[in-house]
Design a protein around this ligand. Structure first.
Ligand code: ZN
Length: 534
């Protein structure tokens, strides 16, 4: 692998424009250069691998460029720019404070500082990991920082700003570098992959970006590793296998077992995950993260916090609709609790299995609430019904509706009642018949009610006495239905069906027997006593 250059070096940005994910900061720096307002000391803070040193180098090159472009970028062509490009400029000096943190290192540096540049304008001193300097080195450095020569610019970089003493902080212009977003990392990786002729899957790049936690350098290191593993191809599968990533798809499977209460299915998934070499703690931590991600996807305001590719986001969004918030809060809490118990637990595997069972139980306590839109729709419908005050004009059963709105009523009339509404109305109707028509409770329960289209209601009774009773009260029953169905057009049929007819219409002997025992429960004892077959 001769001439192999790692991607983080090969694709290191050389202009402000190509710096990734630090837009506003870069603009401020460029503006300062355009206005020639160069400070003597800068402090670049932020996580590792987000471009602090890269920006420091571009800054050093740009302020030394002899034919600066209008947009504040270096020309990359003048003698100074060329010397920077070829790493032979004397105007840039880099010190890694992590390995050179003694007073002597700093003294050497401060001695150098006095000598003005031979070509160019500024000598730029970049001190990386500046928080690593010893206290005495810090103090030695402070003197120079208080009164730096005109031609000197210090750029201090650190991942741990809080470790920098206030006397230094107060003398620097401070720039805070952001973590690079998952999308920015993915886009950059895609760009590089294209240049290098490497096939990539978006989901794979997404994992790399997540794993890099906002650092482009780390992302590129993983990217290079993956190319070595799987020659010019970065697939989701190869990533999951090589980086020992707990595939988010497993968590979707686990949540399916929670949603359906199918514990055995969940246990099999856990077994598969453990067999693939993941330890229990990793699974539990991942589970808490997973529920957190589902939770933030539930709210349109927080979904932006979930950094991932659009396709995966959609999957989470859909899943989130199946959980109540209260379940998710409690699930996260529970997972955290089990993670804390992890160390003390002797049987780790049992611990995660128990957690799964607890989650299944938890879900059964908080099953999914009705879709909000559905509830609003129902409420609107109820309100609409309440508004319609129905008055019935005595014997003539003429219905008068206040605020009569015929078009809306028409819609109602066309509707076939949904199953729940039918069941409720059937119960009320039977109760009404029991109270008003002289039928016994048992008789009123036995009658059959059918709701057909266009408010056509059929009541089916078993014998002619019942038929006569109900026919006498037909108008009263109709009035009852007018009220309940909010309609002035109701067709009511009262029919009789003989037990024999029903009996004949039943297909199997078993069902026939059941029908008969309903009519006469003592049949069961009869059959048992005589050991009969049916
Ligand atoms: Zn130049």
């Amino acid at each position: 692998m001769e001439n192999y250059i790692v991607s983080s070096r090969k694709y290191r940005p050389i202009t402000f424009k190509s710096v990734i994910g630090q837009k506003s900061l870069v603009t401020t720096l460029k503006n300062a250069i355009k206005k020639k307002k160069i400070a003597h000391a800068y402090l670049f803070c932020g996580p590792r691998g987000v471009g602090k040193t890269t920006c420091a180098r571009i800054f050093a090159k740009t302020i030394n460029c002899t034919c600066l472009k209008i947009d504040g970028e270096a020309c990359n062509e003048c003698e100074s720019c060329k010397s920077f490009k070829e790493n032979r400029s004397y105007n840039i000096y880099e010190l890694d404070a992590a390995s050179n943190n003694s007073v002597d290192n700093i003294r050497y540096l401060t001695d150098q500082v006095r000598i003005p540049p031979q070509i160019g304008i500024y000598k730029v001193y970049i001190i990386d990991e500046v928080h690593m300097l010893s206290t005495s080195a810090f103090n030695a450095f402070l003197k120079t920082l208080e009164e730096p020569p005109e031609h000197v610019v210090f750029i201090l970089a650190t991942t741990e700003k809080y470790k920098i003493i206030p006397t230094i902080l107060s003398r620097c212009q401070i720039y805070n570098f952001n973590r690079i977003t998952v999308n920015d990392i993915i886009n950059n990786l895609e760009y590089i992959a294209k240049k290098e002729n490497i096939y990539t899957e978006k989901e794979a790049l997404n994992i790399i970006a997540q794993k890099a936690e906002g650092g482009m350098r780390d992302a590129l290191t993983i990217f290079d590793q993956m190319i070595n593993f799987s020659s010019s191809k970065i697939t989701y599968k190869s990533i999951v296998e090589n980086l020992n990533i707990l595939d988010y798809k497993y968590y979707f499977q686990l949540s399916k077992s929670i949603l359906t209460g199918n514990i055995s299915y969940g246990l099999l998934i856990l077994d598969e995950i453990i067999k693939n070499g993941f330890d229990v703690q990793q699974i539990i931590v991942g589970l808490a993260d997973f529920f957190r991600d589902v939770m933030i996807c539930k709210d349109p305001q927080t979904i932006t916090l979930f950094e991932t590719s659009a396709t995966i986001k959609t999957q989470y969004l859909n899943l989130s609709k199946q959980f109540q918030n209260i379940f998710l809060y409690k699930a996260i809490e529970l997972s955290n609790e089990y993670e804390l118990n992890y160390r003390h637990s002797i049987n780790k595997r049992l611990l995660i299995e128990l957690l799964l069972i607890r989650l299944c139980q938890l879900y059964s306590q908080y099953p999914i609430e009705k879709n909000k839109e559905e509830i609003i729709k129902e409420q609107k419908h109820e309100n609409f019904l309440k508004k319609k005050q129905v008055t019935i004009n005595g014997n003539n059963s003429i219905l008068k509706l206040e605020n009569s709105n015929s078009s809306k009523i028409n819609i109602l009339q066309q509707q076939v009642l949904c199953e729940n509404q039918q069941n409720d109305l059937e119960k009320e109707l039977k109760q009404y018949i029991y109270e008003e028509c002289g039928l016994s409770v048992k008789q009123s329960q036995e009658i059959t009610v059918k709701f057909l289209k266009h408010n056509h209601v059929q009541i089916i009774v078993f014998n002619s006495e019942q038929l006569d009773e109900l026919n006498l009260k037909k108008n009263v029953i109709k009035d009852f239905l007018y009220k309940k169905l909010q309609s002035n057009k109701i067709e009511l049929d009262i029919l009789i069906i003989e037990a024999k007819q029903i009996y004949d219409s039943i297909n199997t002997n078993m069902d026939k027997f059941e029908f008969l025992t309903k009519k006469n429960p003592s049949l069961i004892t009869f059959v048992k006593t005589f050991n009969l077959k049916y």
